[in-house]
Write a protein that binds this ligand. Structure first.
Ligand SMILES: Cc1cc2nc3c(=O)[nH]c(=O)nc-3n(C[C@H](O)[C@H](O)[C@H](O)COP(=O)(O)OP(=O)(O)OC[C@H]3O[C@@H](n4cnc5c(N)ncnc54)[C@H](O)[C@@H]3O)c2cc1C
Ligand code: SF4
Length: 464
């Protein structure tokens, strides 16, 4: 029966209204809706959803607790595998992970696992329910570089096991991309991100902001002078890529990271802040991932007519289906199968448009997606005031450059063991985007947790 029952719909802000504000798009389930949706789960004996979750959340168990109305028990079950459930319930690509593998999806619609996770985490927050139990202090100190999902997940596990954990964060706020990258309308900062960061602090984790490891302090000093037994590097991949086309140095060309950081962290969208961001009347965003959708939807909310230029077709768009759907609903104008070849400027050095070329699709490339090929003589122009480049990011080279013996890949990723996060330096572990390149919140969290286990074993072995 559950196979045929449609998903419980989720309420959202009207697209015409939400494109004028930064409030959350999705309202999530209330208790009755969550219980109705939980009833659809058939409690598989061999749940495929759990196998497809990078941190193996006990999905049927927490869904059963929701169905039974025991929402706090559901929160405890989630809490054993995830230190950021309200974040993951909102931003995980469930359609390719747990929900993508749910048995109900074979003949009908999968269970809305993400929306149920979000409901449970939000309800626990409203009830102020959080288990801050930790083991007695064991006298060992661990340093963590970066307060994104990888660093927070690693810190939370180690703190629960009795370690004294200190996170060093370069920015003035903790949370990594959750704080500076993903926009408020998808992931509210005060209610969700800061609350979950506070929970990690309630476990005893200290977070020191405004510390750039590699400049303010070096990793060697942390181990040799400051008495840390081990270091975990979760410094992310925040260095933006550009196309290398003429005109990229004109005024009005931004990286998506800059636009999003200015809007999120520096509150450029609030009229009483002294750190506004210029979007002009018309913006072109270049790229097709989640970051490009976030940049486009942010520019639209800042009042610009927003165009998105992507070199492949809609089928190949790497952004989540939900994000593309929301972007279209909000009036983002998509130019698919075309690519900028030049950014055009005024005599004063400001952007006035882009010259783009139309693309066709050839044979699949190494990524499995069909290779875009320029169509000769098909150039055209789009006039605009601002161009936002969203072509991916790579790890910042600072830490590798200031940590002797730390080996990195050619593209800048730190070389670390998949299972343990062990790097080429003894006592130094790494995980998340700093190792994999730009990926997802849940994969970063998973890497942080694996490294926490390995650090625990490393410290225990060192003691013997
Ligand atoms: C705009 C945007 C939207 C995204 N949307 C999604 C989504 O919908 N779903 C999803 O799953 N993933 C999404 N991602 C990807 C996801 O956010 C990342 O994969 C994840 O945050 C990586 O976690 P991390 O802990 O490895 O690094 P980060 O979150 O990047 O955190 C690294 C932290 O380290 C700090 N740091 C860096 N260098 C130093 C240093 N030298 N000293 C001290 N601190 C340092 C940084 O300031 C940062 O706070 C998105 C990313 C972006 C940019
Ligand atoms: S696969 Fe789907 S139906 Fe089966 S336990 Fe997981 S969520 Fe429930």
């Amino acid at each position: 029966m559950a196979v045929k029952t449609p998903r419980t719909p989720v309420r959202e802000q009207d697209p015409k209204v939400r494109v004028t504000n930064f409030e959350e798009v999705c309202y999530g389930y209330n208790a009755a809706e969550a219980q109705l949706e939980a009833e659809r789960c058939i409690q598989c004996k061999n749940p495929r959803c759990v196998g497809a979750c990078p941190v193996a959340i006990q999905i049927p168990a927490f869904i059963k607790a929701v169905k039974d109305g025991d929402f706090l028990k559901a929160a405890d079950i989630l809490g054993t595998d995830s230190s950021l459930p309200a974040v993951c319930g909102r931003v995980c690509p469930q359609e390719t992970q747990c929900e993508g593998s749910c048995i109900l999806g074979v003949k009908g619609e999968p269970v809305s696992i993400g929306k149920l996770e979000r409901f449970v985490a939000d309800n626990a927050r409203l009830q102020k329910h959080f288990d801050a139990t930790t083991q007695p202090k064991n006298g060992h100190k661990i340093a963590i570089v970066g307060s994104g999902p990888a660093g927070l997940a690693c810190a939370a596990d180690l703190a629960r096991w009795g370690y004294e954990v200190k996170i060093f964060e370069a920015l003035h706020r903790a949370g990594g991309v959750l704080e500076y990258g993903i926009p408020e309308f998808r992931l509210p900062k005060d209610e969700v991100v800061r609350y979950e960061v506070e929970n990690v602090k309630r476990l005893g984790v200290e977070i020191e902001t405004d510390v750039v490891v590699g400049r303010t302090v070096k990793i060697n000093d942390l181990i040799e002078k400051e008495g840390f037994d081990a270091v975990f590097i979760g410094s992310g991949a925040g260095l933006p890529k550009f196309m290398g086309i003429p005109g990229e140095n004109l005024n009005g060309v931004f990286s998506a990271n800059e636009l999003l950081t200015r809007a999120n962290l520096m509150k450029a969208f609030l009229p009483d802040y002294e750190t506004p961001v210029y979007v002009g009347k018309k913006v072109v965003v270049v790229g097709g991932g989640n970051v490009a959708m976030d940049a486009a939807r942010t520019a639209a909310r800042l009042g610009a007519e927003t165009h998105l230029v992507y070199r492949r077709s809609e089928k190949e768009l790497p952004a989540r289906v939900e994000e593309v759907h929301h972007a279209k609903e909000e009036g983002i104008i998509m130019h698919l199968l075309c690519n900028p070849v030049e950014i055009l400027g005024t005599e004063e050095g400001w952007v006035k448009g882009i010259r783009a070329i139309q693309m066709g699709l050839g044979e699949p490339d190494e990524s499995g997606r069909r290779r875009p090929i320029e169509i000769a003589g098909s150039e055209f122009e789009i006039d605009c005031d601002v161009v936002v480049m969203s072509l991916g990011t790579s790890p910042n080279p600072l830490i590798a450059a200031t940590t002797p013996g730390l080996q990195i890949q050619k593209w800048g990723g730190i070389i670390a063991d998949d299972e343990t996060g062990q790097t080429s330096r003894e006592g130094v572990f790494a995980g998340g985007d700093a190792v994999s390149g730009a990926a997802t919140v849940i994969l970063a969290m998973g890497a942080g947790r694996k490294a926490a286990k390995a650090i625990d074993e490393y410290v225990k072995n060192k003691k013997q």
